[in-house]
Every structure is written in structure tokens, then in C-alpha cells.
Design a protein around this ligand. Structure first.
Ligand code: 6PG
Length: 249
């Protein structure tokens, strides 16, 4: 793991969410002051829901009209599906704050063809960031979680998307789930100004040690592959998740 990793070890899950919320607010206000806008890619799953709720509770601190929301990955389900990462973020945050609808870019999962949905989302990124061929978008902040198998976004161990070097967004077949998941590729994650993992709970402790300290092949623990080329990498950890790390906390 890169020496430039910023481990932020908090005690409780609530401390973790508070620290992460402060980082989001700080990053957003700095980006808007410096570049006139803030681009963020949200993660899904259950962990970030509490962060989104906390951000909504501090809505007055955020420059919503200059903030632009994307998703680093999405399940291939309808936007109103309980499994939808978009639905979770909308319920926890986006429906509670004065963000212009035009600033929110969900993955077009209503398309029954996962590859087409991924390709359409890629075009959305290319247009929004005005990318030249071969360029990758540089998000101000990408939020990520980590699964108990070491996956992040929808980059699961031993899946094809881990080897994608030119596409921005792909539909990744996940055999153990028997479904496609639409995900940013590693070049997009590693092009970000800042990537922040949020990892909470004892069930993540063993795999977190593997990711941060182990020597296993990265394909077994895809979170190891997230190493921003020219950006910050922050790990927000609670005590339970960090409990098996050997590095002094
Ligand atoms: C998703 C997420 C996924 C998630 C991890 C951790 O779509 O589920 O993007 O990568 O971050 O699975 O999920 P938890 O935070 O729920 O443990």
C-alpha cells in the first residue's frame, strides 16, 4: 500500500461519520473556492448512509448549486429499487437538500442492457468533464466502501473490470451474485484528487489488514488497487474495523 495513505482511526462509527462529513464539507468548500465547482462520486451499500444523513443535517455548510453528484458504482436495478444506491442517497441526502436536479447524475439503470447503461454513463462523464480521447475525469472526491471480500465500488475479486485500462465505466459481471454491477474503473478511481474509504465494523477487520498490510495479490483484494496517481487516499476507520492492524493507531 502506498506510503501516502492517510489512516484516520476513529473510535465509534458515529465518530467516523462525523470525521468523514467534516472532510466532505471541507473538500467541497475548498473545491468551489478554487475551481468554482465540486464533483463527487458516492458509494453505496449501508455504511455511507449515516454519512449522507449527517451531511444533510449540515446542509447550510454546503455550496449545493456548485456541487455535482455521481455514483462510483450502481446495482443494475431500477432507481426506485430498494437495492439502488441512487435511491439510498436520494432518501438519505439528495431529497433533503437544495441541490438542483440537473446537478445529480444517476446511472441510467432503467436500461435493461447493462453494457448500454455503462456506456451511456461513460458518455455522461466524458461530456461533463469535457474529456479528450484517452483522458480520465478528475473527481474532487470519490467515496468508497470496502466489502468483506476486499471489493470496492463494484470491482470484485477476480472479475474482468479489474483489468480495464481505457474505459471509464463498465458493466462488471459478478458471478457470485449472478448479476452485472455498473462501476467506475480503476483508472477513474486513481485519477481522483481525493479518494476516501469508509470502513466500519469488526467484520471488515481481517480483510482490512490484508488490504493495508498484506502481501496477497491485489486481484484478491481489489481495494489494494486504489492508489490515486496524483491525489489523496484517506481511510476513515472505526476501532472495530482497525482492530487487527499492526500499525500503531
Ligand atoms: C455497493 C457499494 C460497495 C460497498 C461495499 C461495502 O454498491 O454495495 O458500492 O462497494 O461500498 O460492498 O458495503 P457496506 O458499506 O454496506 O459494508
Amino acid at each position: 500500500m502506498s506510503a501516502a495513505v492517510d489512516l484516520r482511526r476513529l473510535t465509534t462509527p458515529q465518530d467516523l461519520f462525523q470525521a468523514a462529513a467534516e472532510e466532505v464539507i471541507r473538500t467541497a468548500t475548498t473545491a468551489v473556492a478554487q475551481r468554482g465547482r465540486f464533483t463527487i462520486a458516492l458509494s453505496g451499500g449501508s455504511t455511507p448512509k449515516n454519512l449522507y444523513t449527517l451531511i444533510a443535517a449540515n446542509a447550510s455548510a454546503m455550496p449545493w448549486a456548485q456541487m455535482f453528484f455521481f455514483w462510483g458504482d450502481e446495482r443494475h436495478v431500477a432507481p426506485e429499487d430498494p437495492e439502488s444506491n441512487y435511491r439510498m442517497a436520494k432518501e438519505a441526502l439528495l431529497s433533503k437538500v437544495p441541490i438542483p436536479p440537473a446537478n445529480v447524475f444517476p446511472v441510467p439503470t432503467e436500461n435493461p442492457d447493462a453494457d448500454a447503461a455503462a456506456a451511456a454513463y461513460e458518455q455522461t462523464l466524458r461530456k461533463f468533464f469535457a474529456l479528450e480521447p484517452g483522458q480520465f475525469p478528475r473527481f474532487d472526491l470519490i467515496l468508497l466502501g470496502m466489502g468483506p471480500d476486499g471489493h470496492t465500488a463494484s470491482l470484485f475479486p477476480e472479475t474482468a473490470a479489474l483489468h480495464e485500462k481505457s474505459r471509464l465505466v463498465v458493466a462488471n459481471w459478478v458471478e457470485k451474485m449472478k448479476t452485472h454491477r455498473i462501476t467506475f474503473t480503476l483508472p477513474v478511481l486513481n485519477a481522483a484528487r481525493c479518494v476516501a474509504f469508509l470502513v466500519s465494523g469488526a467484520d471488515k477487520a481481517a480483510v482490512l489488514r490484508e488490504v493495508l498490510e498484506g502481501a496477497a495479490p491485489p486481484e484478491k483484494y481489489p481495494s489494494k488497487l486504489v492508489q490515486p496517481t496524483n491525489g489523496k487516499l484517506i481511510w476513515f476507520l472505526d476501532r472495530a474495523a482497525a482492530s487487527q492492524l499492526t500499525t500503531p493507531g
